[in-house]
Design a protein. Structure first.
Length: 447
């Protein structure tokens, strides 16, 4: 068994394995995870990232227990730097400048290393920027004479005033946008950061991985235990809780939504529409689960990007704010993505039955007669004229359709629209669109 590394948004798993060959990479640690790794016989443990808000954080005493078993424990960059600074006197080894700033008292707040991030299946993408990374980047920019000390201090103060999930450079720049005196420096900083920006947390994590690898190659020694480990009643209760309830990621996505559902139930038309959509989604997901199995990581990543594109969430901060507005944490977001991917997969498998069910819906909803009358009128009009007014260019044709039928939306792919609306081929869709153009813009407007 290789050294166990707990990491997530700070550094990628492939980078960890590159710097520390044979490492067992685990997600950010929560309470009990480090104890379990030690109990499995890890030769060394490196704590980089850890949960601290949604689930209980790594307990100091489980670190002490691991060291009492002769297992060296290292910490760096994020939660690891915090715990290493707190337990340095007991033998935990801290590495990196973030650790040094905590152990010297230069940094004191836990939120200095905190970020919000996406789920494991998406690679724990950071959705905000750690305060220690902002400070380090500002210091480097100041040293490079890109910004002066006053601007650096103002930018740091603005970042610190933000709640940690909302910390990002766009928010900092927005807060200082009215300061015309700083405009030139802010612009220069943006250009400089695009080339020279870095993460101090990532640098510290890399240094820690290299140091652990070096020590393992040299024959790592057990830690010098500077304490007597006491099996207290609280410790025994902790062990019992691990045995009875192993930690799992809790998906609290739907907690507290009953008032929202009650509002929906008070709108009969909206309730029927939402219920039918939910039933169709559930059916598609069930079909996908039964016939295609769980989605793959690439499918989940594509699904997450599709949601971001659909909602216009270009920046990580935009995604974080959107998640907060609809009461989703990273686990809930993953569940949403997984459901959307499975619903799409299931929908693809029922394409052959779609026309029959759509027609049945039209008959029940009362739309059938209206659409049938329009289709008949269009067919008659097209038969009576040999002139075709529609542009042959597919892009121009789709642009017209977007302006007249899709609320002016731009950049919609004809190929994607055709696939999503059930056309067998793109050519079939374009032919229908040309007939519609001729009917609306030519025959009807001239007749």
């Amino acid at each position: 068994m290789g050294a166990v590394v707990f990491a997530g948004p700070t550094i990628r798993a492939d980078r960890i394995r590159e710097l520390l060959p044979g490492a067992r990479v685990e997600p950010p640690a929560a309470q009990g995870d480090l104890f379990r790794a030690a109990r499995r016989g890890a030769p060394a443990i490196l704590l980089i990232d850890g949960y601290f808000e949604r689930v209980p954080a790594v307990w100091h005493k489980e670190v002490l227990w691991a060291m009492a078993q002769g297992i060296p424990v290292f910490g760096a960059a994020s939660m690891g730097a915090l715990r290493a600074a707190e337990l340095a006197d007991f033998g935990m080894v801290g590495i990196g400048s973030v650790y040094e700033s905590y152990v010297t008292g230069e940094t004191t707040d836990d939120d200095e290393v905190a970020v919000i991030h996406g789920p494991r299946e998406l690679g724990f993408p950071a959705l905000s920027i750690a305060m220690v990374d902002i400070r380090a980047t500002l210091a480097a920019a100041q040293a490079a004479n890109v910004i002066n000390s006053a601007t650096a201090e103002r930018m740091a103060a603005e970042a610190k005033s933000l709640y940690y999930p909302e910390r990002n450079y766009a928010a900092i720049h927005a807060a200082l946008a009215q300061d015309t005196a700083a405009a030139t420096e802010l612009s220069a900083f943006g250009d400089w950061r695009a080339v020279h920006g870095f993460s101090q947390k990532c640098r510290d994590a890399e240094a820690a991985l290299l140091e652990v690898a070096r020590r393992l190659d040299a024959g790592i020694s057990p830690p010098e235990v500077r304490f007597d480990f006491a099996h207290t009643q609280v410790w025994n209760a902790f062990l019992q809780s691990l045995d009875d309830s192993p930690r799992t990621d809790t998906d609290a996505t739907n907690e507290g939504v009953e008032p929202i559902l009650n509002e929906l139930r008070l709108d009969p038309a909206l309730w029927v529409e939402a219920r039918r959509a939910a039933e169709a989604r559930a059916t598609a997901i069930a079909l996908a689960e039964a016939t295609a199995g769980p989605p793959t990581s690439p499918e989940l990543r594509y699904g997450a990007e599709a949601i971001r594109r659909d909602k216009g969430l270009e920046e990580a901060a935009d995604l974080a704010r959107w998640m907060a507005r609809i009461d989703l944490d990273e686990t809930g977001f993953l569940a949403l993505v997984r459901g959307e991917v499975q619903a799409e997969r299931g929908a693809e498998r029922v394409t052959g039955e779609m026309a029959e069910n759509l027609v049945a819906h039209l008959r029940v909803s009362g739309l059938y007669v209206k659409l049938a009358e329009r289709a008949s009128a269009k067919a008659k009009a097209l038969c009576e004229t040999s002139v075709r007014f529609a542009p042959h260019d597919a892009e121009a044709l789709m642009g017209w359709f977007a302006r007249t039928a899709l609320n002016g939306a731009e950049g919609i792919s004809a190929q994607l629209y055709a696939a999503e609306t059930g056309f067998v081929t793109l050519d079939a869709f374009l032919q229908v669109l040309r007939d519609e153009y001729t009917y609306r813009e030519g025959i009807r407007s001239n007749g």
